[in-house]
Ligand binder design. Structure first.
Ligand code: C2E
Ligand code: CA
Ligand code: CA
Length: 240
């Protein structure tokens, strides 16, 4: 099953994006976390089908919500490195075209390590995404090895500041400094920032003070089903 977690634009306070997060509803064991099964799916190759499922369900909701609310909710999908190896990128573009949706309704989340490989295939994909308006985010930023020059070279659109930094924002001066520095650096490179795992108002206020662009976390909503997400959009349009 695919769940969606709202991403809030701090300047307007509105949900204008979401991240698609997959769950496995096991008949006996209940909900199984992606942390448990994604590595197995990557090993077995099943991640390709999962990736397709997440993408297709996401664009179907984007299409439905566009018709109902008159605007596009951009959905971020997580992409495993092996998807780059085997997927046919033209399928996605065709699927989008069939629904009459622009490329920028989709945001692809990748990790820093993928850029470091600097492989021809990855480069080709990222170029193809960019040429078609699909946006790219670096997930869990700050936890892996980064090459700052690659952020510019690959024309990255967003950095998602890892929740481990946000978690310690109030207690650790080091993490506060790092988060502020990441935001300043990103903006200098013309990249937007999304803070992950925001759970308290204190964290939010500090992120506003640092000029962070977007926030995501339990303070706003847990990942929820598409129908529940739609209800939040209804409430938002009533508040407007
Ligand atoms: P991620 O991409 O870093 O996703 C964010 C995780 O943080 C999600 O865990 C989300 O439920 C959790 N989270 C959100 N807000 C908060 C908060 O305020 N506090 C805390 N403590 N956690 C928060 P989830 O859904 O268990 O997903 C875990 C990971 O599984 C994801 O990490 C992602 O790497 C992977 N994953 C999920 N769906 C997919 C998918 O469709 N494809 C691929 N390749 N990986 C996926
Ligand atoms: Ca992610
Ligand atoms: Ca993340």
């Amino acid at each position: 099953q695919v769940y969606y977690q709202p991403i809030i634009e701090l300047s307007s306070g509105r949900f204008i994006k979401a991240e698609a997060l997959v769950r496995w509803k096991h008949p006996r064991r209940g909900m199984i976390s992606p942390v448990t099964f994604i590595p197995l799916a990557e090993e077995s190759g099943l991640i390709l089908e999962i990736g397709e499922l997440v993408f297709k369900q996401s664009i179907a909701f984007i299409h439905q919500w566009q018709k109902r609310f008159g605007y596009i909710i951009q959905i971020s999908v997580n992409m495993s490195p092996i998807q780059f190896k085997f997927m046919n990128k033209f399928n996605w573009l065709n699927n989008l075209a069939q629904l009459g949706l622009p490329g920028n309704c989709i945001n692809v989340e990748i990790t820093e390590g993928l850029l470091l490989k600097d492989s021809a295939v990855v480069q080709e994909y990222l170029l193809e995404f960019r040429n078609n308006g699909i946006e790219v985010s670096i997930d869990d930023f700050g936890t892996g090895f980064s090459s700052l020059s690659y952020l510019k070279k690959f024309d990255i659109d967003y950095l998602k500041i890892d929740h481990s930094f946000i978690n310690q924002l109030i207690n650790s001066e080091t993490d506060r400094t790092l988060v502020e520095a990441i935001i300043v650096m990103a903006h200098k490179l013309d990249i937007k920032t999304i803070a992950e795992g925001v759970e308290t108002h204190e964290q939010q206020d500090l992120l506003i003070h640092f000029g962070c662009d977007y926030v995501q976390g339990f303070l706003y909503s847990e990942p929820i089903k598409g129908k529940a997400f739609e209800k939040m959009l209804v409430a938002q349009s009533v508040r407007k």
